[in-house]
Design a protein around this ligand. Structure first.
Ligand code: DHB
Ligand code: FE
Length: 286
């Protein structure tokens, strides 16, 4: 059976991709942010995932406001990137694993998640920035299974529903007949608002509570309504829904391996968390 080896949440700000492309990691503005990722690189070098399930939100590259699936799951062997208009270089395609995707999709449909399946899917900065941040060098990147959650056009799915989606994905991974080592990513956040009267809004108190709850009490996050999340985290901070879905995948006790919070980076509270199942943490410590 496939093994869930841990989870990472990270902001996916396009400016990070630009800083990587223009090699600004040691620039005084960027250095404290990028330094926070070294511990994540060391952990990834040790646990070596084969596949990464990526909960993210598409920002208008693959889905536009005219057709907006609540949950969309990739079912391809390759996911291309395209010019989104942020001045980011267009990256080479990312490898997928259609067989793995279809197994997850069949489980989700069987368990009453009426998802959209995507045999072609362009992935935007919600996927590409976390992958380039986490695998910056020549190390082989895992294959990906992108799952897009609508955090853009209301009505959005509830946090409770996103958590349940994650739980169903977790059960599907554990039922998958393979020895694949599976990492789960939740991208976006933390608090930010890019437009309107509250543009620039950041809520450090709420962010730090979220980072604690995502490890120790994820149910506390599922009790917020979407309007409450918008109020507390900003209209784009509602990307925390991707984090909640990611956390649903981890069923047993979870240990925090690393966390990093840096404010502000671009318009956003930049946040990184690495967590793993308790049993694995004990094995690594032994
Ligand atoms: C920014 C953050 C995002 O999550 C995003 O999708 C685009 C921009 C920002 O902080 O600039
Ligand atoms: Fe975003």
């Amino acid at each position: 059976m496939a093994e869930i080896i841990g989870a990472i949440t990270t902001s996916h700000i396009p400016a990070i991709g630009k800083a990587i492309a223009t090699k600004q990691q040691n620039d005084p503005y960027w250095k404290p942010f990028f330094d926070g990722y070294e511990a994540a690189h060391a952990w990834l070098d040790e646990v070596k995932p084969d596949v990464a399930v990526v909960f993210y939100n598409d920002h208008g590259l693959n889905f536009f406001l005219d057709k907006m699936p609540t949950f969309a799951v990739g079912a391809a062997d390759e996911y291309r990137n395209e010019d989104e208009g942020w001045g980011l270089p267009v990256l080479n395609s990312f490898k997928g694993d259609a067989k793995f995707s279809w197994s997850i999709i069949e489980h989700l449909i069987d368990h009453e998640f009426d998802i959209t399946t995507c045999q072609q899917m362009a992935v935007d900065h919600g996927v590409t920035v976390p992958l380039t941040l986490l695998w910056p060098g020549a190390q082989p990147q895992p294959k990906i299974l992108p799952i897009s959650i609508n955090t853009v056009q209301h009505p959005l799915p509830t946090a409770e529903r996103c958590f349940k989606l994650g739980q169903a994905v977790g059960q599907a991974i554990e039922a998958y007949d393979s020895d694949a080592r599976v990492l789960v990513l939740g991208t976006g956040g933390l608090s930010h608002q890019l437009d309107g009267e509250r543009a620039g809004f950041i809520n450090k108190k709420f962010d730090l509570e979220c980072m604690d709850n995502i490890v120790n009490d994820p149910q506390a996050l599922t009790r917020y309504s979407v309007p409450e999340l918008v109020e507390l985290a900003g209209s784009q901070g509602v990307e925390i829904l991707n984090w909640v879905a990611m956390r649903g995948v981890l069923s047993g006790p979870v240990v925090e391996v690393h966390k990093h919070y840096h404010v502000p980076i671009s318009n956003t509270a930049g946040a990184l968390m690495v967590m793993e199942p308790e049993a694995q943490a004990k094995r690594r410590a032994a």
